[in-house]
Design a protein around this ligand. Sequence first.
Ligand code: MG
Length: 274
Amino acid sequence: MRIARFSANRGDGAGEPAYGIVTGDLDQYGQPADDAVIVELAGDPLYVGIKLLEREHRLADVKLLAPVLPRSKVVGVGKNYARHAAEMGGDQPTEPLLFLKPNTSVIGPGDAILYPRQSEHLSYEGEVAVVIGRICRDVPPELATDVIFGYTIANDVTARDLQKSDNQWARAKGMDTFCPLGPWIENDLDPQAFADGRRLQTFVNGDVVQDGTTADMTWQIPDLIAYISAAMTLLPGDVILTGTPEGVGAMDVGDEVEVFVEGLGALTNTVARR
Ligand code: MG
C-alpha cells in the first residue's frame, strides 16, 4: 500500500493533515493515474494501524505532505555507493558513515528547497529512505524487516561547500528544507527488493543526472538498521537515508529536481531563494 499524508485544502494549507491510501498503479515514471483517489485513514497508521474510513478524495484535489514527521531523527548514511564515494575523492568507509539531519529539515513533495545565503553549492542526492515502525535497539539484520514500517524517497540536500569547510556536517546537511521526503510510504516491499536492485534516478529540469541501482549499496538496509540500532535507539517514525549513487551535482534557484525510485514513485521539489 502507498500511505500518504495530505491536506485536503490544496494550496492554502488550511486543512488538517490526514493520512490515506493512494489507489491504483503507477506508470513507468512513478506517477499515479489521473483518476487515482486517496482513501482516508483514521489517525496516524504508524501508531494505530491501517483503519480505512469511508471517505475519499481525488488525489489531484489534495496537497501531499511529507509522509512522516520524524519524532526524533533522520539518520543519514554517507558514501554507501562505491562510485559515489569515488566521485567524492575519498576512499569508501570501512564501516557505515553516519550523520544526523534534524526533523526540522523535512519538507514534503512539491515544497520548495530553500537555497541558503551561506552556501554557493547546493547539491541533490537522490536516495531510498526507510521509515522505522517500532521502538528498537540492537536489531540483528535478520530481524530488520520487523522494525521497518515502509519506504519512501528522499533528497539528501547538501551544501557541498559547507560540508568541506565545516568538517562536521550539521549545517551542510541539516538546514531547513534539506530533507524532502515523499511522495508516500510504500509498505509492501521487502528489503530484498532493494538488494536485488531497484532503479534510482534523479532529474534536474528533466535531464537525468543520477541513474543507479540500489543493488550497488555497499551496506544493504538490514545491515544499516543493525549498525545504526547498535548505536542509538530507533523510534517509530525515525527515517534512515540509505545513501546516494554517483552523479551528484549542483542545483540552482528555479530548478525542478525529481528523484524516481522504481516501485516507490517520484519525489519532485523546486529550488527557491531563502
Ligand atoms: Mg546522502
